[in-house]
Design a protein around this ligand. Structure first.
Ligand SMILES: [Zn+2]
Length: 250
């Protein structure tokens, strides 16, 4: 199982961490049986938002980011429909010509300027933002981190004892344009939540279909611009069908 495979694990464990490991051991054992979509998450929401501040600061160094009042207003309108509306979320435009967007643990949503330029319809941007907020609300990022880095390392990050790990994760985000490759099921879940939030926030959920169709079209005409997106968001045709079904069933 991956939770205990970390190479960064240091022998000198913090006492609180040892206690945590002891208390969590039944969960860790139970976790062995959980599959890819099982969603083991051993990072608390409070810890996630603490880590988010570190990610935010590091990404501000590594990427050309800025805040846009329009994007923030849209993001807040969508977040208000979620069960994590009481937490602080931040929305950033990344100056980058490629078409991409990603969620980072701790309520962070990044949208590339290339995506905003390709889209002329506000509801399509709302679809991207709602999808990324969906990943954040479902906590897919910390699920992935739990699996990838292991509880001990992540607890060390939260306690400030593994500062190098934050930089390592940020370097991966910068290289891949996302916190991690999500599973097919996680993508469908983010779409499902996104459609629901769009509806509740008063955006036409068909914007999600128009966006996905636009991305498929771009892939044919300018594959380079959407390469990162398609590497991290699989099976677009299937997603279009699933979103259409969701909208029709509402
Ligand atoms: Zn996604």
């Amino acid at each position: 199982m991956k939770l205990t495979q970390s190479r960064i694990l240091t022998p000198a464990l913090h006492p609180r961490l040892l206690l945590l490991l002891f208390l969590l051991s039944p969960f860790l054992l139970a976790g062995c049986a959980v599959t890819e979509t099982g969603g083991i998450n051993l990072i608390s929401v409070e810890e996630e938002w603490e880590m988010g501040k570190e990610f935010e600061a590091e990404l501000a160094e590594e990427l050309d980011v800025s805040q846009s009042p329009d994007l923030t207003e849209m993001g807040e309108r969508i977040v208000a429909q979620t069960r994590k509306s009481d937490l602080p979320w931040r929305f950033y435009v990344v100056q980058d010509d490629s078409v991409n967007a990603f969620n980072v643990p701790g309520g962070l949503v990044y949208v590339h300027s290339g995506l905003i330029e390709q889209v002329d319809d506000e509801t399509e941007i709302a679809a991207v933002v709602a999808h990324e907020i969906g990943h954040g609300v479902a906590r897919h990022g910390t699920e992935r981190l739990t699996r990838q880095y292991g509880l001990a390392v992540l607890a060390g990050v939260v306690l400030g004892e593994e500062p190098g790990v934050i930089q390592q994760i940020v370097a991966e985000i910068v290289a891949a344009g996302t916190i991690a490759r999500f599973s097919r099921e996680q993508e469908f879940e983010a779409d499902e939540l996104g459609v629901q939030y769009m509806n509740d926030a008063g955006y036409d959920p068909n914007g999600m279909i128009r966006l996905l169709e636009r991305l498929v079209d771009l892939q044919e005409r300018e594959p380079g611009t959407v390469e990162q997106f398609f590497a991290t968001h699989p099976s677009t045709d299937e997603r279009i069908d699933a979103v259409r079904e969701l909208i029709n069933s509402n």
